[in-house]
Design a protein around this ligand. Structure first.
Ligand code: CA2
Length: 142
């Protein structure tokens, strides 16, 4: 299986600030955890991050026919982006929404997700391990 893992804005700053919310692992550490999981399961993962909504939309469009599943932490775009919602709707593979923290337990503006309605499953509040749990969920679903 070939899986696309997408990360939205500011996640490249993980480990530098707010460890009480996001833990102390960097995005590179998380990439390593996903790569190790993929190696152990004989899967492939393509792990990407962008601060730009349009770039994420383009990557999602290009994923059509190229990947067997998508894991996405759209970060702040989770709560704002109709464009990412619409792009994800074009895919016919399972999508897992992941969040390091639990947005539902935080500020009101984080309670709305534009990804949720197009996701097969949501994993939130499990820290960096949430990414591995998302891959495990895909292994169940696929
Ligand atoms: O909990 C998550 O994974 C979030 O998707 C993270 C987003 C936030 O907007 C969502 O509501 C929940 C924020 C990512 C920003 O990451 C930072 C990293 C280091 C320092 C500050 C923020």
């Amino acid at each position: 299986m070939n899986i696309l893992i997408l990360n939205g804005p500011n996640l490249n700053m993980l480990g530098l600030r707010e460890p009480e919310i996001y833990g102390d692992q960097t995005l590179d550490d998380i990439k390593g955890m996903c790569a190790q999981w993929a190696l152990d399961h004989d899967w492939r993962v393509d792990f990407r991050q962008s601060n730009h909504e349009g770039e994420l939309v383009t990557w999602i469009q290009e994923a059509r026919g190229a990947f067997d599943g998508v894991v996405i932490n759209a970060a702040a775009y989770t709560h704002t982006s109709v464009a990412i919602h619409d792009a994800l709707k074009l895919l016919d593979v399972p999508i897992i929404e992941v969040h390091i923290s639990d947005p539902k337990k935080r500020e009101e503006f984080r309670h709305k997700s534009f990804i949720g309605p197009v996701a097969a499953h949501v994993i939130a509040g499990q820290g960096a391990q949430g990414y591995v749990l998302a891959l495990e969920k895909l292994a169940e679903v696929l």
